[in-house]
Design a protein around this ligand. Structure first.
Ligand code: C2E
Ligand code: MG
Ligand code: MG
Ligand code: MG
Length: 279
């Protein structure tokens, strides 16, 4: 190993990268085994109409619980899954699991429920993605219009031409599309015009900044106005306070999601929450 560990020098980075790669390999091994032994599961966080708090649907969020009962956050293992390609199999499993859950919720008396599922660009790049999506929809028999795919803005903007084209193909299956973490990427108005998406999700960092109608809501306001001019729906994520919800309503943001309403829940908890929320 290099002894020249000077700041900014080559050796410094080499050592850090070595540790990083070992960490990734360990994570990947754990993730693969968790996936194979069915230790991954999906939680669901409600999405609501901000006016009147009616439930619109839920977002499916993957969870990994290790054998010693610790949770590994998706922000840590999803990048490893993307990098290794494992995301293709895991992503298909999440989609099918969420579609089956959607069917169950429809049977339980929520006929218009919408189910949002996160997809990585690494999944979209797989040549069989559209075929996979079509067969997941057909096998589970869900109405595609009740399924939404969420694509992160920063990932979508890495290769706009590709995304524009795959979004068109996705739209042909009948599912809707949301741009996730909106405001963190660098989409221009002209790029957005060509993306046939249905909804922008305001990143929770910008919702978090909101303290009052005249404080900290500049980006949220901008996204709401952008959505309006493009005739898109807009949903704010990470709403934690009544104040934030009130400001967002005032800005004309119609939909929201966040701990203020509900945390991500296991299917049984979600069903209980939905029944209580309706009453
Ligand atoms: P995301 O899609 O933007 O999901 C929203 C994240 O914000 C979730 O974190 C959710 O638990 C969290 N959240 C919701 N409301 C609040 C709130 O009021 N306050 C705060 N502080 N956080 C809130 P989570 O579940 O840890 O997921 C993190 C990210 O991992 C997701 O961000 C998404 O990018 C990715 N992810 C999760 N599940 C999947 C999946 O099945 N496939 C892929 N490709 N990515 C996934
Ligand atoms: Mg999401
Ligand atoms: Mg998000
Ligand atoms: Mg995110």
């Amino acid at each position: 190993r290099s002894k020249t560990r000077q700041r900014g020098g080559h050796g410094y980075y080499t050592q850090d990268m070595g540790a990083d790669i070992r960490e990734r390999v360990k994570l990947l091994r754990g993730l693969r085994s968790a996936f194979e032994s069915e230790r991954l599961f999906v939680m669901y966080q409600p999405q609501l109409q901000l006016m009147g708090n009616r439930v619109l649907g839920a977002e499916a969020l993957i969870r990994w619980k290790t054998e010693d009962g610790k949770f590994v956050p998706p922000d840590r293992f999803i990048p490893v899954a993307e990098y290794s390609g494992l995301i293709v199999a895991i992503g298909e499993w999440v989609l099918r699991t969420a579609c089956r859950e959607l069917n169950r919720l429809i049977d339980l008396g929520y006929p218009d429920f919408r189910m949002a599922v996160n997809v990585s660009v690494a999944q979209l790049r797989h040549p069989d993605f559209i075929a996979m999506l079509q067969s997941a929809l057909a096998d589970t028999g869900v109405n595609p219009a009740q399924v939404e795919l969420e694509i992160t803005e920063s990932m979508a903007m890495e290769d706009v031409n590709f995304i524009v084209q795959i979004v068109d193909q996705i739209k042909q299956t009948g599912v809707t599309i949301a741009i996730d973490d909106f405001g963190t990427g660098f989409s221009s108005l002209s790029q957005l015009r060509h993306l046939r998406v249905d909804r922008l999700k305001i990143d929770r960092a910008f919702v978090n900044e909101i303290v009052a109608i005249d404080k900290g809501c500049d980006i949220a306001r901008m996204v709401v106005e952008l959505a309006r001019s493009l005739h898109l729906e807009v949903l704010a994520e990470g709403i934690e306070t009544e104040q934030q919800a009130a400001v967002l309503r005032e800005l004309g943001c119609h939909e929201g999601q966040g701990y203020l309403f509900a945390r991500p829940m296991e299917p049984a908890q979600l069903v209980t929450w939905l029944a209580e929320h309706r009453g």
